[in-house]
Ligand binder design. Sequence first.
Ligand SMILES: [Zn+2]
Length: 86
Amino acid sequence: MSSQNATILPEVVDLLALPVLDELTDAQARGAVCVWDPTEDQLTAETAIDLGERQTDGGHWFPRACRPHTALRMQILPPVGEEATG
Ligand SMILES: [Zn+2]
């Protein structure tokens, strides 16, 4: 079973609250390093989650993330359809 080139649906990525492009290193903007941690090792096809092409101020960037960070981010998403009741 192969799990290479995992891709998350754009609708899901939009909920993951990516960092602001201005705060990313060049390697992060290129998708070479996890978008949530610039100190990590470079991502590979086996370790990267493709977060899809993004457009900011006319520029294109291609965030990718490691699996642990992506899993963490997805776990903290609020339940769908559940509204805060105060
Ligand atoms: Zn990471």
